[in-house]
Design a protein around this ligand. Sequence first.
Ligand code: SF4
Length: 306
Amino acid sequence: MMAENSNIEWTDHTFNPWIGCQKVSPGCDHCYAETWDARGLQQRESRWGPHATRTRTSAANWRKPLAWNRAAEKAGKRARVFCASLADVFDNHPSIQPEWRADLWQMIADTPHLDWLLLTKRPQNIERMLPDGWGEGWERVWLGTTVENQTEANRRIPQLKAVPARVRFLSCEPMHGPVDLIEATRRVIRHPNYLGIGLHWVICGGESGPSARPMHPDWARSLRDQCAAAGVAFHFKQWGEWAPRRCAQPGDLLNANRAVIVRPDGSITSGLMAYNRDAWVMDKRGKKAAGRLLDGREWNELPGAA
Ligand code: SF4
């Protein structure tokens, strides 16, 4: 099931050193990895939750990055590896053996033609799980955290920024509310020399899946504009399930199964009684049809260090 070639736009491969996790914030509500894991529950125990045992992936799976590394060397082009989609590398669950993470660091060291993108919802754990010799960060390791709303921005961005890293990134996906990066980054600056606001790359995307919530267009636009002002690369991944149609107008009455009105605070209605120029009609088109154009174009920027 673990795809050798990822279908996530911003990475070439996905590697899961182990499988299993537990929910830690609203961004986990519709965790696709848990849904994926639940499909095998007739044959084995669940790997999700505080009491569930995580399991290391097979030796064959662990050989894949070495093959990707050889292919990247041959092609003369570094490849990006996203780690992890079915676990959190900085999960501190007791069933995760310290040598699993040590083996992962060794794997990263052994694959010089790969850039490793470690994305976590637990940035508070990163520092104590780093390998010896981390120094100011390994050149090919990008550390990222998920920021789905301002509360998580205020909590996680300072935690991420407290860790030395060559590239720091945010995954603002699924976006559940507006995010002010400056407000969040103002809180702790331990390494003041980092470019701009101490971040190098921001990925933005709306939620997908059957119970997905719409992303107000102004949240994505604001993030893009904040990144531009701060010299931070911006990648717009997807609208998700819901795509914007137009500003809502008084008298709009919609079939809530197919279209809703989303207000700037994320609240949703199927009818608009009063003029509110900041409310938007969003159509349920499905992830593919909703696409990934923001104001008429794709946003595929990468950090300058890449
Ligand atoms: S951190 Fe990621 S893998 Fe873990 S429960 Fe949340 S969404 Fe799922």
